[in-house]
Write a protein that binds this ligand. Structure first.
Ligand SMILES: O=C(CO)COP(=O)(O)O
Length: 246
């Protein structure tokens, strides 16, 4: 039985004042029925981890460099994330693939870096609207999985997040049938490559998840929780999503 995961991605949002939301989330989720993770901007990682210490809320990064240290101005390594209290890191988000030209190979290298630092890697995949309209959604995701996942993926070190690019921040979501079809497809692809281990891997859906649609989406075949953007910024909203996953 896979334990569901409710993961929040704050993206480039959050100043110190918003740490109060973590106190509220910790208070609202004393014994959640799923794993709970918030990925704040790097500047808030250490103070957020300190506030969440001893609670059911874990914290994670939103990206990491492939190297552990060195002359890479402006970058943050997986080791630094772990040192700041992170236990997980989001990798290959479509915003990074688009804004920073991250290739599948770059995401695979970052995944190995995350493991080197002992972090859970949450690897994102998902098609654009043009690709879905062209009937290519399953193929695109297959290609991204093949290129972005290194050898050695296990249920303990990998989570895959399916985030259709056109559903992110738009209020639009695929149909339930389309979400289930993609998740079943991903499980099949992962099983072909990683064998029995794939049965335990968590597959998240992301893109306009809200308290009002979370329970329905999390109930679909092979959906093991969500990766949530906008609705993770307010503890009251995210607590509703945690409840839906639990
Ligand atoms: O990109 C996302 C999470 O990584 C989804 O964002 P929204 O939940 O704001 O659509």
């Amino acid at each position: 039985m896979r334990r569901k995961l409710a993961a929040g991605n704050w993206k480039m949002n959050g100043l110190a004042a918003q740490l109060a939301e973590i106190d509220a989330l910790v208070a609202a989720c004393p014994a959640p029925g799923c794993d709970v993770l918030i990925c704040p901007p790097a500047t808030l990682l250490a103070p957020m981890a300190a506030r969440a210490a001893g609670s059911a809320v874990a914290v994670g990064g939103q990206d990491c460099h492939r190297n552990a240290s060195g002359a890479h101005t402006g970058e943050v390594s997986a080791e630094m994330l772990a040192d700041a209290g992170a236990t997980a890191v989001i990798l290959g988000h479509s915003e990074r693939r688009a804004d920073h030209d991250e290739s599948d190979a770059a995401v695979a290298a970052k995944t190995e870096a995350a493991w080197r630092a002992g972090l859970l890697a949450i690897v994102c995949v998902g098609e654009t609207e043009a690709e879905r309209d062209a009937g290519q959604a399953l193929n695109v995701v297959s290609r991204q999985l093949a290129g972005s996942l290194p050898e050695g993926c296990t249920a303990a070190n990998l989570v895959v997040a399916y985030e259709p690019v056109w559903a992110i921040g738009t209020g639009r979501t695929p149909s339930n049938d389309d979400i289930a079809e993609m998740h079943v497809h991903m499980r099949k692809e992962l099983t072909a490559r990683f064998g029995e281990e794939a049965a335990g891997m968590r597959l998240l859906y992301g893109g306009s998840v809200k308290p009002g649609n979370a329970a329905e989406i999390f109930g679909l075949s092979d959906v093991d929780g969500g990766l949530v953007g906008g609705a993770s910024l307010k503890a009251a909203d995210f607590a509703g999503i945690v409840d839906a996953a639990g």
